[in-house]
Each structure stands twice: as C-alpha cells, then as structure tokens.
Write a protein of this length. Structure first.
Length: 202
C-alpha cells in the first residue's frame, strides 16, 4: 500500500502492520473512512489505521474482505459467497446481515443517506434502508455483467446519480431509494470499459 501527501506527485509505502498471505483474494481490496479512522479490507481481514495509514492494526482476520462501507457509525464488510457483515464498534465484533437470496461475491458498496447499495459479481444489486435488516433485490434487463465498483455523485441530495462499473460496461442511473417496487434504470453509456474502482472528489 502507498500513500501520497501531495496529490499523487510522490508516494511512500504505508503498510506497516498489514498482513499479506497471498490467498485467493490477496492484497488490499478496498478502503472506508470513519471520522479520522481508515479501514482497509484485505484478503487477510479488516485493518484499521488511526494515523493516516502510517500504521495498521488488525480488527478482524477471519473475514476475507472484498468491499467496505461506512454508514453512520456502522462498518459494513462484503465478502465472497454473498456474506455481508455489520460492525457497530469499529470492527471489534461482527454480525451477519446477509440477504437470504444472495450467494455471489459482494464486490462493492455505495451509500446515500441511510440507504446501502451492494453490488455483486452475480449480475445484481441489493438495496437496504435499515442497516441490512431487510434487502430489496434490484435487477435491470440492461444490466448483465458482474458489478466491480459503485459510486454516488453528487452526495447528499434527494436524487443523486449512481455510477456502476461492470466487467464490460459502465452505467449511470438516477438512484431511486430502496423502496419495495422501485428499481434503478441503468442506461449503458460506455462499452468495454473495465473499471475496478471509483472515487469522487468535492
């Protein structure tokens, strides 16, 4: 892992304390931010840094993490085979909030307000508005490829846009909150673009 303090002009290693056993999902796969804490999801668990990545401490080494999200004060982790975990104490303990019908790898999350959107490699997305207690399975006929990344832009308004990168396509949708009976429409805007991650600036 590398860190830049000058907008990417120079980079320094920032992986003290991280474990990399080169498993099936090796390396750092995802980040999430909660106040001044940074969480890194890896193939060897979830790690936390309280000093901008200079040092890392394992908060869980049993979760093979593919995606992370912070919603309020809660930390959400997505893993292989459809498992989604919730921590309310910065990763000390975790509880499963897995949808009953989900068996695909949970590859990405997006958060808008109290809504949590989960993307999978099973050609589908799930939405929850109550910290994973209930999930709405959302699918669109235009959407037929594994979800690799999700991003919301702009943040904090009533009708934001959801950007979705899949294995072969890039979509943009007007995000509809996770209300039963409502779905996202996903018009394709780029073909054969494979994005692994996205981030937004102010």
């Amino acid at each position: 892992m590398y860190r830049s303090t000058d907008n990417g002009t120079h980079w320094q290693e920032a992986d003290s304390g991280l474990i990399n056993n080169l498993g099936f999902y090796p390396g750092v796969r995802t980040f999430a931010f909660s106040d001044t804490d940074i969480f890194a999801g890896t193939g060897d668990g979830v790690f936390r840094s309280t000093n901008n990545g200079a040092n890392w401490t394992a908060v869980n080494t049993s979760i093979e993490d593919l995606s992370l999200a912070v919603i309020g004060s809660d930390l959400i982790a997505g893993t292989p085979y459809g498992w989604i975990y919730l921590s309310t104490n910065n990763g000390t303990t975790w509880n499963s909030i897995r949808p009953d019908s989900l068996y695909s790898d949970v590859t990405s999350f997006a958060v808008i307000g109290s809504d949590l959107i989960a993307g999978t490699d099973g050609d589908e997305i799930y939405c929850s508005s109550n910290d994973g207690t209930n999930w709405l399975h959302t699918y669109d006929q235009h959407f037929e490829s594994h979800v690799l990344a999700l991003a919301v832009m702009p943040n904090g308004i009533q009708s934001p846009h959801l950007f979705m990168a899949t294995r072969f396509d890039f979509f943009i949708a007007l995000l509809i909150p996770a209300i039963p009976g409502r779905h996202c429409r996903l018009p394709n805007i780029m073909k054969y673009i494979r994005l692994l991650s996205m981030a937004r600036t102010s």
